[in-house]
Design a protein around this ligand. Structure first.
Ligand code: NAG
Ligand code: NAG
Length: 294
């Protein structure tokens, strides 16, 4: 049974009230057996619902139905229902069992969409890939940005890709102006992921402000925080230093050219004046000689 991604989004949205609760991520080895847990929020009883398990691979693949309560002949995917505990057991894990597993509760009447849990990430560890936490680095904004500044956080060198990114400005969590890659990029045996925080330039140009990128990495047992911070800068007149330098160099050049030009012009004027003086001098001496002749 397949449901479209759009439908899934709608269903996930309808489940935002956290009616269905799921157990945490797991990173088992191939061939192992795992059990994923699912329960109902306090005050709700599973007996009013039909319980189901789905999974969805990354990159917006269709939602895949796996099993529902009391189903017979379930193969490697078996569900168990005990009071408020609906679990999924997967045996003989394969690498391509890596997926996000969703528990869902549907009303027997069927006129309401099912309630979905938040999902449990399962990554079957690839052979020869060591579990490695990320290296995190925050890069300062480009000097070319004017009104807003974009800080970039890069988490790299980690395996598996169970990470979440959050930003803090002076210890307060930022959510609005944050954009994090949807999926981590795999290069060789490791993943990398980037996240961007956009702030007003006046926020960035406060040397006391501290911008922190925190990456939470799940290593199979614990969630390990890895972070990096940078401090805001002093405003250098809103102009990049190298641009200022260029402008100054250009100004110097223009100035020198002007000076040279006026110097040449001055010499030319002096030459003219000298020439004119010479002419009038000759003239007056001629006049004088004429006068003498008279
Ligand atoms: C739910 O059931 C599974 C399988 O029977 C069991 O391993 C797990 O401990 C149970 N969880 C809770 C919270 O009772
Ligand atoms: C996960 O992190 C915890 C705490 O740092 C550590 O004790 C544990 O050995 C780590 N597990 C793996 C699989 O690296």
């Amino acid at each position: 049974m397949f449901v479209t991604v759009l439908h899934l989004l709608f269903l996930l949205h309808s489940g935002l009230t956290a009616i269905v609760l799921q157990s945490g991520d797991q990173t088992p080895h191939p061939g192992a057996t795992v059990t994923l847990g699912c329960s109902m929020a306090a005050g709700l009883s599973m007996s009013s619902y039909t319980m189901l398990w789905y999974r969805q691979n990354l990159n917006a693949a269709p939602l895949e139905f796996l099993t529902k309560e009391y189903e017979k002949n379930q193969g490697r995917f078996q569900s168990f229902l005990h009071t408020n505990n609906f679990s999924l057991q997967i045996t003989e894990l394969f690498l391509n069992d890596s997926s996000t597993y969703y528990c869902a509760a549907t009303m027997c009447s069927g006129s309401y969409p099912p309630y979905f849990g938040e999902g449990t990430r399962l990554t079957v560890l690839e052979p020869d890939h060591d579990v490695t936490p990320p290296t995190v680095q925050v890069f300062k904004p480009s000097e070319k940005e004017c009104k807003v500044k974009t800080l970039v956080c890069v988490a790299s060198g980690f395996y598996p890709d169970h990470v979440s990114v959050s930003w803090e400005v002076d210890g307060l969590t930022e959510t609005d102006s944050v954009a994090t890659d949807n999926t981590a990029l795999k290069e060789g045996k490791h993943y990398s992921l980037s996240s961007r925080l956009t702030v007003q330039s006046k926020t960035w140009f406060k040397p006391s402000k501290k911008f922190t990128c925190r990456v939470s990495f799940f290593n199979g047992t614990d969630t390990i925080p890895v972070e990096d911070s940078i401090i805001g800068e002093t405003d250098s007149g809103g102009m990049p230093n190298d641009t200022k330098m260029k402008i100054m160099q250009n100004a110097k050049l223009t100035y020198s050219v002007l000076i040279a030009k006026s110097f040449i012009y001055g010499v030319f004027i002096m030459f003219l004046v000298w020439k004119l003086k010479g002419l009038s001098g000759k003239q007056s001496s001629r006049e004088r000689s004429c006068g003498l002749n008279n």
